[in-house]
Design a protein around this ligand. Sequence first.
Ligand SMILES: [Zn+2]
Length: 90
Amino acid sequence: MVRGMYRSRTLKRKFTRVPSGESVIHYKRKKTSHHVCAECGALLGGIPRGTPRQIGKLSKSEKTVSRPYGGYLCAQCLKRKLIAEARAGM
Ligand SMILES: [Zn+2]
């Protein structure tokens, strides 16, 4: 029996054939989920996915989109929101 941490499904399993011919399991961390728009759920561009450690090594401009609500709303939803705000203010 393998160690307890390898029995859970937290890690991804990859079956690999080794030179001796037997099949072994390599365990890998699962990828983090994509970032999506808070209104329509579309995938956000320009926002990297990775573990907090990988993201922490990036510069600020690599982590986000430099416009209002960048990294939170997609461009189409922001456009709609800004127009709606401008009309409400009149
Ligand atoms: Zn959206």
